[in-house]
Design a protein around this ligand. Sequence first.
Ligand code: NAD
Length: 527
Amino acid sequence: MKKKIIIPEPLDSEAIEEFKHRNGFELKILDRPSRDVLMKEIRDASGLIVRSKTKVDKELLSIAENLEVVGRAGVGTDNIDVDFAEARGILVINAPEESLDSVADLTLGLILGICRKINLAIFRTCKGDFNRKGLVGFELQGKTLGILGFGRIGRKVARRAKAFGLKIITHDPYISGKIQRTPGVEFVSFKELLQNSDIISIHVPLNKKTKHLISHEEFALMKDGVFIINTSRGEVVNTDALFSALQSKKVAGAGLDVVEEESERCILIDHPNVIITPHIGASTFDAQKNVSWKILEGVFDVLHGREPVYPVNFPKLSEDIRQIYTPFRELIIILARLLVVLNQEAFNQIQLNFPEALPTDLIRTLSRDFLAIFLEPLVSTRINAINSMKIAEDRQIQIVESIRIGKDFEKEIKIQVKNNKKSNTQIAGMIDSLNNIHITMIDEFMLDFIPRGNIFLIHYEDMPGMIGKFSTFLGKNNINIAELQVAQNRALKTQLMMLKTDEKVSGTIIDEMKKIEGTRFLSYYEL
Ligand code: NAD
């Protein structure tokens, strides 16, 4: 059956045309659909692509039985209930990098506009007034531009600003390494940036720490006659403080693509020394086209089972980390598949022991991968790596992630399933130098086998003739043994056998084998 992707908002027509013909998918373009139509169409959709208008709320997400991914053609996800999507195992992705050049261009536009009073000049000429009085501006050459936030946009602004001969200083407490050594850019403290800049351009994200980052106190520290540019988020600058600073001439001018109150209620709109644009940073044909291609590609990737490039509710891994991740992911998935059968008792704690060299983010991602498989039999709803941690939390299953230090554990993951701190069952596996996975321990039994093929794990009484019984039984049923290993627990007088067969084994034969006297537990896997 074809996977349906619904698109209720306009996307670039060439991109739609290109993706429309991909096998196995149906693109359903809805032209300004009513809520009812949207609610009807979402029921059997696998993908949904929206811009900023469609409200992707609890109600919509709840009835979307097959929905795997919501793509936001753009950056902000304010219109999407991301947490609820995560709880439902629905991935949210966006296209955050496609409009960065457009925002950086606009930033330079606002700098030039406000320093040369282009707004006032246009206002006059529109009225037929060609008088230049009061329209004297400033050159950029030799002035100091303070870039607050040296992220993706901040860096693009710096590159452009250099061409205008601006001296660039920046403040970003979270940047280190190579970026801090960007030629022609000096990293300074927040206070130094405020005190030394002729123009301050703001490029930080909006969060609890950056709300009103620029307020009365900060304006007081600035040079007299400073210019303020904000293309980040309105709430980063306290509007009242900026208004006072403009009135007192502390601030000579402000170029703002974003303000706290994006409406006619904004007290800055008719100030002669302020240029306000209506949040058009990303509004270029180029950005919109790029965003359409990127989000369609992203949604198709997810529906093909590939990892998303710009996940919003799932950790994003860098290329180097991804290379470490892939073999460990295979290992933890195998451990989960074995353990989900081996653990037969109730549990309320899972302890995952990782090698010390694995980065914290990766550990969390691997734990999510494990839980998606291990908890599956417990839940009636869809579970995957997006919502598995949340499902564990909801069920009050304690997830403990520990690090094991030492050379012996460099490539090993060990998992213990516990109930009230008492171990039910445990398993360990490692990756060898050729990236092969080995199972090295099951409960108290030490083994070493590659978990590939048709595999029996048989726990039985340690008494003479048991190995013979299992092999004779398989032989009688014309099933050839490919590999066999036995580990012994002298104290408990039991053994664990790992037995691989050349052929797949039917359910009836497995059931018969379980009846062999002395068998405590038998499980069979096709891996
Ligand atoms: P980014 O995450 O790449 O960069 C933000 C940088 O700010 C990071 O390097 C971070 O370390 C730094 N930072 C965080 N807190 C800081 C602080 N207190 N002081 C100094 N630096 C701090 O983000 P980006 O893609 O460059 O976006 C920057 C801003 O532009 C965001 O607010 C974003 O929402 C906004 N934006 C606006 C438009 C628009 O249409 N105007 C479009 C896209 C993005």
